[in-house]
Design a protein around this ligand. Structure first.
Ligand code: F6R
Length: 606
């Protein structure tokens, strides 16, 4: 949430910051700004709205300097307007901030009593004034003193005009990564901002700070203890974070799924044994056999992947599973017994609710295993062991390819755990044979994109939509509804199909499209009944059925087919048309698909 970029030592500081902001725009996009240290003083530019507005406001002649910091904002305190945009300035101090300063009210009163005047409604401005208040010629010391009295979460970058070749970064709860160059050094909330300039990075941990000068980098704790950090190499490429000819990142990412699913299982299947190897799971066979209970912690789409995982793990590993909203888990008294394994699922690896839930689970003695996409993210680093999903950078705010990769990993885990207990080699082999066919089957569903667009044209003007599914496809109903509401702003609900008669059926009328996932499985006959109930009330039915189905197809207004596979693998196919349906509807309605209103890619505030 919010993007931070800083650069020191480059004559092109302003253009590097602008480029970095564009790469981080998915993190927040309600306002943006930058400050450059120039011989004529610190030049500050801020604009409401997207980065293009900031770009239009830049006067390049005035921005000639080698050091600066910039920010793209997702508002927490104060409306998204120009005044509240970052950087915030107090005297010669400039600050960009990601997170929330919880004791800002008390600090503001103290600072106001000392004569400080505030112009914005932000907590960030309070921190800028606090640093200025402590400043007596040493910015490092002033930042350390200020951070010593603030409560809350932060990732910050700070400059001071009297030390124009210096940026200070510090983090507690919000990610920060340092880019190591030659004579030029970088700071950002996400490595994407510095791609193309350096591949050498240092991930800061909570409680750490860094000073960046053109000639070098120095890391300490916020309490000023020296620390040595490892430099890591980024392995992915710039073209992975560009649109590659697609109109939107979301469409590109939907179409990448045959490849990303393949990347998720590649090298992890052990041929001939019906078994899998997940290198990051540092549990012995004995420990795997003694898992008595699994708690899955996640938010949003990752939580939906967790729900699919519940079906898979209970079916194939015979381990009881609970799937918890991370935000709820962390604020109650969760009972963690010996033998409890927590699976923590997060695309970004930075979602604060998920991170805090993970910390709580660890504190209570659970073994914690992270399933993340983002190498070096906080959850990846803090979980005791983990698995990367290898979906590559996901830029579209609505999660698509990360979801199918998360489910793929959970499928592999179900086999891994199952093979340690009762699952036979034959059954494991058969399941894996079906799994490796999925990328080609996903492609067959993607090939129907134009037909799905035609259905989207019929429903783009509707105000509501109901999604129904049963069994392992119930979470797909939830995920389909989430995709539609977050990018098209159409109200949508997902329900287990049988629940419809307990309430939502009251909503059914000719204006209510109902998307039914009705693949061939043990509950097929029941779902036929549910479809008839909708039809009897003149609801419009869009069904997702298995190829060759005629019964539900005959009852439906529109039919989308998915190829046949094992029932428990169908979510990896049935979710694809729902992603495309939501995408096409949003495009038809003229919405900003990649950056939907009020959302941000990594939710690093509570
Ligand atoms: C929906 C979406 C969000 C995220 C949620 C968790 O499309 O993207 O619901 O799934 O914010 O994010 P991660 O997986 O990064 O923890």
């Amino acid at each position: 949430m919010c993007g931070i970029v800083g650069v020191v030592g480059s004559p092109n500081a302003a253009s590097i910051l602008l480029e970095g902001l564009k790469r981080l725009e998915y993190r927040g996009y309600d306002s943006a700004g930058m400050v450059i240290m120039t011989p004529d003083g610190q030049q500050l530019v801020k604009e409401k709205g997207k980065i293009v507005n900031l770009e239009a406001a830049l006067n390049w002649d005035e921005l000639k300097g080698t050091c600066g910091i910039a920010h793209t904002r997702w508002a927490t305190h104060g409306a998204p307007n120009q005044i509240n945009a970052h950087p915030h300035v107090s005297g010669k101090v400039a600050l960009v901030h990601n997170g929330i300063i919880e004791n800002q009210k008390a600090l503001k009163i103290q600072l106001t009593n000392k004569g400080h005047e505030f112009v914005s409604q932000t907590d960030t401005e309070v921190l800028a004034h606090l640093i200025e208040d402590f400043y007596d010629g040493d910015l490092v010391k002033a930042v350390q003193l200020a951070l010593g009295v603030v409560d809350g979460a932060f990732g910050i970058a700070v400059t001071h005009l009297d030390e124009p070749d210096l940026i200070i970064g510090a983090r507690r709860g919000s990610p920060l990564v340092v880019g190591v160059g030659e004579g030029v050094n970088y700071l950002a909330s996400d490595v994407a901002a510095m791609m193309g300039h350096t591949r050498q990075v240092i991930y800061l941990d909570d409680g750490e700070m860094v000073t960046l000068r053109p000639e070098g980098i120095h890391t300490t704790t916020i309490d000023n203890e020296e620390i040595t950090k490892e430099i890591q190499e980024i392995t992915w490429d710039l073209d992975q974070i560009q649109k590659g000819g697609y109109e939107h990142f979301m469409l590109k990412e939907i179409f990448e799924q045959p490849q990303t699913i393949r990347d998720s299982f590649r090298g992890r299947i052990l041929p001939g044994t019906g078994d899998v190897k997940l290198g990051g799971i540092e549990l012995t066979d004995w420990e795997l056999r003694n898992i008595r209970r699994i708690i899955i912690l996640a938010c949003g789409t990752s939580w939906h992947a967790g729900l699919v995982g519940e079906y898979l793990l209970e079916e194939y590993a015979h381990i009881p599973v609970e799937v918890e909203y991370a935000s709820e888990f962390r604020y109650r008294s969760p009972i963690i017994e010996p033998g409890t394994l927590c699976l923590v699922i997060s695309q970004s690896g930075e979602t604060i609710d998920t991170l805090e839930a993970m910390r709580e689970a660890k504190r209570k003695g659970a073994k914690v295993l992270g399933i993340t996409n983002t190498v070096g993210s906080t959850i990846a680093r803090e979980s005791e062991c983990g698995v990367y999903i290898h979906a590559g950078p996901e830029i579209g705010v609505a999660s698509t390819k990360a979801f199918t990769s998360q489910v793929t990993i959970l499928a592999l885990m179900a086999i891994l755990f199952g093979r340690r207990t009762h699952l036979s080699a034959d059954r494991g082999t058969q399941m894996l044979q079906e799994l490796v066919k999925l990328p080609d089957l996903v492609q067959k569903v993607l090939d129907q994109s134009d037909a799905i667009k035609q259905i989207a044209e019929v429903y783009a003007g509707h105000k509501n939509c109901l999604y129904l599914g049963r069994g392992v496809n119930f979470p797909i109903a939830l995920e389909g509804a989430l995709k539609l509401k977050e990018i098209s702003y159409i109200h949508a609900e997902g329900y287990p199909a049988a629940e419809m008669k307990h309430g939502p059926i009251a909503l059914i009328d000719p204006d209510m499209p109902v998307v039914v996932i009705a693949t061939k499985d043990g509950s097929y006959d029941k779902i036929v009944g549910n479809v008839q109930e909708v039809r009897a009330r003149d609801g419009k039915i869009i069904s997702i059925v298995t190829e060759g189905d005629t019964e539900i197809a005959a009852l439906s207004d529109h039919v989308i087919t998915i190829p046949e596979t094992m029932n428990f693998w169908t979510p990896l196919l049935s979710v694809i048309p729902l992603q495309l349906f939501a995408y096409h509807i949003a495009v038809i309605r003229g919405e900003d698909v990649d950056q939907p209103r009020n959302l941000a890619k990594a939710v690093t505030v509570e």
